[in-house]
Design a protein around this ligand. Structure first.
Ligand code: HEM
Length: 377
């Protein structure tokens, strides 16, 4: 069903004659849009060491243009699944393929400009390790590449720019939307279940021991690893959200060789197998008769400590050797944002009766964004 909806939506886009940029998206001003920009700032800080502040910008800045180009490029790439003529369109440089080329140019310029700047810094540094004082991913990869290649630090031979672009972009793309969408669904659940907000509020107060009169900055500084580790209920509530609203609602894998699945079903080399975390998270067979109910307590033991489930049962992050590499980062990012917001505000939906729907894209978006009221505590 999700796949069908995704295809229908893409087909509709495909019928459009123009290819608007995501910067014009009305979702930008919703709570989900704000979270998206906050997450973009975080992921760009981690990958490139740049503080672009897309959150504070009006939408026409370099960071926002890059973010919009990444969004558009993912959608245009997905169109290839339903457009049998995409190769011809690419050759002729028309339609969505021409738009895709334009967006890739914006992305490449953004990334290569940063790689070149970092390479200059690396050349200028007396020691190649000097760059590691900068803790971002790009600097670390460049430092590692220049050391292992044995070439003079920062030379073109020592650092393959395309390799760096691909590796850093894959992290940006994997981490840009997923935790944001999970957080948006978490806040939707928190509005539908106000007791969750109160319990998280109490828990973050106890875990951080920041006084009642702490400012936002003071409180944010008190969110140490140790404090975040004590937030078992918040961890459970985020995990329960991902069980019901997995950021990647369905996923597919191709068989390398003939095999037999654990239930006895035979698959052949080249077969494509889909698994559907959205459906698996709601199966009574796996989660009991209250599978459809949002109940964070199901993840806590008698002492209130969070209990992991097998990743083959809770599949939101996938399982096995290709399990999400950013899982711990994602939890940390979601916990920090949720803790700060719930410590200072009580959230409710602008229209309290409204139920939101999902929009099936590659990730599970809230259709038309999430519109909330935030009341200071
Ligand atoms: C709630 C948030 C997140 C969820 C639910 C999630 C889920 C997933 C899933 C299902 C995959 C497997 C995709 C596939 O193989 O088809 C994956 C892969 C990956 N994720 Fe995440 N992700 C999240 C956040 C993040 C973040 C924040 C980062 C980066 C900082 C990240 C980095 C990655 C990377 C690099 C891979 C590729 C791993 C590989 O192929 O070996 N993820 N993620």
């Amino acid at each position: 069903m999700l796949l069908w909806l995704a295809i229908t939506e893409l087909l509709q886009k495909f019928k459009m004659k123009s290819w608007p940029s995501s910067t014009n998206n009305s979702v930008r001003c919703s709570f989900q849009g704000l979270l998206q920009r906050a997450a973009m700032d975080t992921i760009l800080a981690v990958t490139f060491g740049s503080d672009l502040n897309t959150l504070g910008a009006a939408g026409e800045d370099e960071g926002s243009r890059f973010a919009a180009a990444v969004d558009d490029a993912s959608e245009f790439t997905l169109l290839c699944y339903v457009n049998p003529f995409w190769k011809a369109m690419r050759l002729l440089n028309v339609g969505p393929e021409a738009a895709l080329r334009e967006r890739v140019k914006v992305i490449d310029e953004f990334v290569y400009r940063r790689i070149r700047a970092r390479s200059e810094e690396l050349k200028a540094a007396a020691q190649p390790e000097g760059l590691v004082a900068r803790k971002d991913m790009l600097s670390r990869f460049m430092e590692a590449a220049s050391t292992t290649d044995g070439g003079p630090a920062g030379t073109a031979a020592a650092v393959d720019y395309k390799y760096l672009r691909d590796i850093v972009l894959s992290v940006v793309i994997a981490g840009k939307d997923t935790s944001v969408e999970a957080l948006a669904w978490f806040f939707y659940m928190a509005c539908k279940h106000p007791r969750v907000q109160e319990r998280v509020y109490r828990e973050v107060g106890e875990a951080t021991r920041a006084g009642d009169d702490a400012s936002v900055d003071e409180f944010a500084r008190s969110l140490t690893d140790e404090a975040l580790g004590k937030m078992h209920y918040l961890h459970a509530a985020l995990t329960e959200t991902l069980r019901l609203y997995p950021a990647l609602p369905l996923n597919n894998k191709e068989c390398f060789s003939d095999d037999v699945l654990p239930d006895g079903f035979s698959v052949g080399k080249g077969d494509v197998v889909f698994y559907v975390p959205y459906a698996m998270g709601r199966m009574e067979y796996l989660w009991g008769t209250d599978a459809e109910v949002f109940r964070p307590e199901r993840w806590l033991d008698d002492d209130g400590e969070f209990q992991q489930e097998s990743p083959f049962k809770f599949t939101a992050f996938q399982a096995g050797p290709r399990i999400c590499l950013g899982k711990e980062f994602a939890y940390r990012q979601m916990k920090v944002l949720a803790a700060v917001l719930l410590r200072f505000f009580v959230f409710s939906q602008r229209n309290e009766e409204a139920n939101v729907n999902y929009r099936a894209t590659v990730t599970l978006l809230i259709e038309h964004g999430l519109h909330l009221k935030a009341t200071p505590r």
